[in-house]
Design a protein around this ligand. Structure first.
Ligand code: SER
Length: 390
């Protein structure tokens, strides 16, 4: 199935079961939001999870572009992406976890054709504040799906405070041969879908308070599901990433992890740019800057003559289309070209300065502060690309 077919099948499954479409938000949350980017489909729905009536009703479905900086270090493996599309469903105080799991199981097996014998679930096993999720456990057991019980791994929150709750994750076996082991012990179990009982609010002091209504919030990454349905080895083989992988592979020889980092970061940068962010030294603009710089650093590691100007327009255009953004890609490419030039200039100016300081011994906090304040060289650059100058 293509990503478009996946989205269509998902949305239709839930529309037939009384869900209405919730509008998709930008990657950029409103200014008073403590989180820099929209990290999941539930994020823009936070007020409604807390009890405000949603104009589309109590059962919602949508697809939402998301960005997770928490996963940045994992990008390069088979399944993690910085920006991805998340399919979501919500029960705002309507149905409970049993129905959510049963509808989810039905969609995965009947709708998407996943062999039920390749499924494994994990369920919140309880901690000192909240008991085990017996309903989720009983539902999976009744469906014949094996269950692993966890604590921290099965508690979902969008930050230290705010709505949160116990979750149940669904894994699909992506190894060769018959399934073995459990998701906790064998990473050939690939997580595809999370069903959260979003029914608590965590306060600053760590206290949990029940929300005015018990909600269900589920999220499933499109790229990952596409990989599982294709029997692919990584998300980088899917429709959303291949325009980048093809363009990069045609031009440059890199190891597999580097391909993945470059493709993920450039694609993510394009989506962030498409939502109006521009490179800067703070906030969202700094995340964008770091994505572009990390892609460039990876490209330049063994060939400093590589330049983004060599990439064709297709992957940019495909990405803007795939993430339902509008506008011409010309200006986005221009911003990246300007950023590349700026970064190159910074490295050229900074390298001799850092080398001179280093020749006097290991850098102290005062050195880092001086490099930052006087020369505009942030610590991650000094320890990263400038550190490699030797
Ligand atoms: N909020 C949960 C997640 O992002 C389910 O949507 O995994």
């Amino acid at each position: 199935m293509t990503p478009d077919q996946i989205v269509h099948t998902f949305v239709e499954h839930f529309q037939r079961r009384g869900h209405r479409s919730a509008p998709e938000s930008s990657l950029i949350p409103p200014p008073d939001d403590p989180v820099l980017f929209t990290t999941s489909g539930m994020h823009p729905l936070t007020p409604y999870l807390a009890g405000r009536p949603h104009p589309s009703g109590r059962c919602l479905v949508n697809v939402q572009r998301c960005l997770r900086t928490t996963d940045l270090d994992e990008v390069g493996d088979r399944t993690h992406l910085t920006v991805f599309d998340m399919l979501g469903t919500w029960s705002l105080g309507d149905y409970g976890i049993e129905r959510s799991i049963r509808w989810g199981h039905e969609l995965l097996t009947d709708g998407f054709g996943v062999d039920p014998g390749r499924l494994h679930a994990t369920v919140f096993g309880g901690d000192d504040q909240v008991g085990p999720d017996q309903t989720a456990l009983a539902t999976w057991t009744d469906l014949g799906v094996p269950v692993e019980l966890n604590r921290e791994e099965n508690w979902w929150s969008n930050g230290p405070t705010g709505p949160c709750g116990p979750d149940s994750e669904i894994f699909v076996w992506t190894g060769d041969g018959p399934p073995t082991g459990t998701p906790g012990g064998d990473d050939r179990w690939t997580e595809v879908w999370n069903h959260v009982r979003m029914c608590y609010h965590r306060h600053d002091d760590g206290r949990l308070e029940p929300l005015p209504q018990p909600n269900i919030d589920t999220g499933m990454g499109v790229e990952r599901l596409e990989m599982v349905l294709r029997g692919g080895r990584s998300v980088f083989e899917g429709d959303g990433l291949t325009p980048w992988v093809d363009a990069v592979r045609d031009r440059w020889r890199l190891d597999e992890t580097s391909y993945r980092i470059v493709c993920d970061h450039l694609r993510s940068a394009v989506v962030v740019l498409g939502d109006g962010v521009r490179p800067s030294n703070t906030g969202q603009g700094y995340v964008l800057r770091r994505l572009v710089r990390r892609a460039l650093t990876t490209l330049w590691r063994d060939d400093p003559s590589r330049t983004l100007a060599d990439l064709p327009v297709e992957p940019y255009a495909a990405t803007v289309r795939r993430f339902r953004q509008r506008g011409d890609v010309g200006p986005l490419r221009q911003v990246l070209a300007d950023e590349e030039r700026r970064f190159l200039g910074l490295l050229r100016r900074g390298r001799p300065v850092v080398d001179r300081r280093r020749s006097r011994g290991p850098l102290t906090d005062a050195d880092y502060a001086w490099l930052h304040d006087t020369h505009g060289l942030p610590r991650d650059l000094v320890d990263g690309p400038l550190g490699e100058a030797g």
